[in-house]
Design a protein around this ligand. Structure first.
Ligand code: PGA
Length: 250
């Protein structure tokens, strides 16, 4: 089902798998149209299926990552890149190790840097120098965060150090042996980086996301729900499974 609400294109697919295939299709069309695209990549459980589909498309010679540059949205801080919970590790295991992307052109905020401010400025500059992000992929937190832009966000920020919301620490504890092991900080692209992307796709699946999806689309644009800012972007596609779309379809 395809909807258009407030200028936002919304695809509602029956299941997580079909939603993942649809997102992979959008990414592969982007790459076919512009083989040297700059992709903004997300982590978390939501995009895992999309990455699986992209690997499949690559193995079937339907997509070629040869000229792709990528920037990840965020990384925990502090964390080593070989820590299994780092987003650097996630990207290698879920995508980069399985496709022909040039790893020298994949960028993830450095979770181990001693000079965070300098690293953030350099990250923004690198994105700028390659001409900006063509297609940004997003998930959404239960609290409405995009990247690690937590409620009460400053919409003006670019890449910056964030203190993680208690809800985010709780939500992400499932990946760690103990909740105390979840890093308390992260480095994240800011809302400004996200809003400057030429196109955005946001994915959500499961009933747990239904309310936040409803509110981000129908509610006011507010720093209390960071994803609500996407109402002001002119090229956003939201991909949902039926459960996440429960409150926006009849
Ligand atoms: P999830 O996380 O995909 O694991 O639900 C989404 C997010 O926190 O942005």
């Amino acid at each position: 089902m395809k909807l258009n609400i407030k200028g936002i294109t919304i695809f509602v697919e029956d299941y997580y798998l079909s939603m993942s295939k649809k997102s992979a299709e959008i990414v592969s069309h982007q790459i076919a149209n512009k083989p040297n695209s700059v992709l903004g990549l997300a982590t978390g459980s939501t995009p895992e299926g999309m990455y699986k589909e992209l690997i499949q498309l690559y193995l079937n010679k339907k997509v070629n990552f040869d000229n792709i540059t990528s920037f990840n949205l965020d990384e925990y801080y502090p964390i080593n890149k070989d820590n299994k919970n780092s987003y650097a590790y996630y990207m290698n295991s879920h995508l980069f190790n399985h496709v022909n992307i040039d790893k020298d052109k994949t960028f993830i905020p450095n979770g181990k840097t001693e000079n965070v401010d300098k690293m953030c400025k350099e990250y923004d500059q690198m994105i700028y120098d390659v001409g900006g992000i063509d297609l940004q992929i997003l998930g959404i937190g239960n609290n409405g965060h995009i990247g690690f832009n937590e409620p009460d966000v400053d919409f003006e920020l670019t890449t910056h150090l964030v203190k993680l919301d208690d809800k985010t620490i709780e939500a992400n504890a499932r990946f760690f042996a103990n909740i105390d092991d979840v890093p308390k900080f992260a480095v994240s692209m800011g809302i400004q980086n996200i809003m400057q992307s030429k196109k955005i796709i946001l994915m959500a699946s499961g009933e747990g996301k239904a309310k936040i999806i409803h509110d981000m689309i129908f509610g006011k644009v507010t720093p209390n729900l960071p994803a609500s800012i996407l109402q002001l972007h002119n090229n956003v596609t939201i991909l949902l499974d039926k459960k996440a779309a429960k409150l926006i379809i009849n």
